[in-house]
Design a protein around this ligand. Structure first.
Ligand SMILES: *Cc1c(COP(=O)(O)O)cnc(C)c1O
Length: 381
């Protein structure tokens, strides 16, 4: 994989010229820059980028150029990537479980913000990280019953534990903050509301005035044609509820979107390898490739089909079962996907909104996954 230096007009120009056999992800720097501006102009606080959603160098460079000054990192690799590509940016090391060697690595790279959700990991941080000017954010979660979006219970302290940890953080001389992650692809602004109110209760219970509240990622990207993400409504709700909940102790706000910054900036072209006996569609990309997320959070319906010459296939749609290229029977896209009835071998399925959790989870299972990347001026087919 590698980004060629040529800039193409749009995906179809590339497909017509190169007739690629392997899956291609088209990247539009203009879209990343526009997404970043939308957050920087609209979000009532600091905008950081969750590197895990797409750690491509072209992503980071464009975000930095657009003015994103903070990055949420989860590993030593991500910390080094940001130090190299955006040397002056703030790094928030928000993976609440780290080995001692990883903590030492972060300290050596000047990382000044860490999250935590347990007593054992807080003890490690207090031992290994100099307190002066360093923030520790306690990550909390809501009880499952009350949560609008609960995406697994891996991280987050309960309300009681969070208040206890926050007191310890403050007493140890660190800058005390709180953080949460409401889930991913949250199209309903209210996903944030109960978390922000809970944060105010935790700070009050602990008797600690927090410096910052990090409201996580979870901002939606455009996956369904009919559901345009209303980021401004989410920003407005966060702003209003933060003031209502904290009053004059309102903390500075931070957000750490992943998919909302990178998702719409990439479009996938996957080739039809076969329409087996006129029925099942086999693609050169699947759930072990860039389409990993589809079985987890649902299909993207922003699909266009072009033939080998790049001409759009119009006409009636027909629901199809679609498989990826590997020999694993799990490698099937969920449900049935409506595709033009005239779909033929050699056509390309063009999938918009494919920039998040795709490049980075693409595997070489069964020898497939030789993903190509191409930069385009526009993603319009
Ligand atoms: C993954 C992650 C994010 C980004 O989530 P998106 O849903 O992609 O916005 C933000 N913060 C933390 C702590 C994460 O683990």
């Amino acid at each position: 994989m590698g980004l060629s230096k040529t800039i193409w007009t749009n995906p179809t120009e590339y497909l017509r010229t190169e007739a690629p056999e392997n899956p291609v992800l088209f990247f539009a720097p203009t879209v990343v820059q526009a997404n970043a501006r939308r957050f920087i102009d609209g979000f009532p606080g600091m905008v950081t980028y969750a590197v895990k959603s797409n750690p491509g160098e072209e992503m980071i460079e464009n975000l930095a150029a657009a003015g994103v000054r903070g990055y949420d990192c989860a590993s030593a690799f991500e910390i080094d990537l940001i130090r190299r590509l955006a040397p002056d940016a703030a790094i928030h090391y928000n993976n609440p479980v780290r080995s001692r060697a990883e903590i030492a690595h972060a300290v050596a790279r000047g990382v000044k913000s860490y999250s935590v959700d347990s007593r054992t990991e807080l003890t490690k941080l207090i031992e290994l990280v100099p307190a002066e000017g360093t923030e520790i954010s306690v990550r909390f979660k809501l009880p499952v019953a009350g949560a609008a979006y609960n995406f697994g219970a891996k991280f987050g302290a309960t309300e009681e534990l969070a208040a206890e940890l926050l007191k310890v953080v403050a007493a140890a001389g660190f800058v005390p903050s709180l953080t949460f992650h409401p889930g991913t692809q949250c199209t309903d602004p209210h996903a944030w509301e109960s978390y922000i109110r809970e944060a105010a209760r935790i700070a009050a219970d602990a008797g600690v005035t927090i410096a910052r509240l990090n409201v996580g990622g979870g901002f939606p990207s455009h996956r369904m044609q009919a559901v345009l993400p209303d980021l401004e409504a989410i920003f407005a709700l966060i702003d209003r509820v933060a003031t209502e909940a904290f009053g004059e102790n309102r903390p500075l706000l931070v957000c750490e979107p992943g998919r909302a910054l990178c998702g719409d900036a990439f479009t996938l072209a996957a080739r039809v390898k076969a329409v087996r006996d006129g029925d099942h569609v086999f693609l050169n990309d699947g759930v072990y490739g860039t389409l990993t997320e589809l079985p987890l959070i649902g299909v993207i319906d922003r699909i266009q089909v072009v033939d080998a010459e790049g001409t759009p296939r119009k006409g009636k749609l027909k629901p199809r079962i679609v498989f990826g290229p590997t020999c694993d029977s799990v490698d099937r896209l969920p449900g049935e996907i409506a595709l033009p009835a005239g779909l033929a071998e050699g056509d390309y399925l063009i999938w918009h909104g494919m920039g998040s959790y795709s490049v980075v989870t693409n595997s070489r299972f069964n020898g497939f996954g030789d993903l190509q990347m191409a930069t385009v001026l526009s993603l319009k087919v």
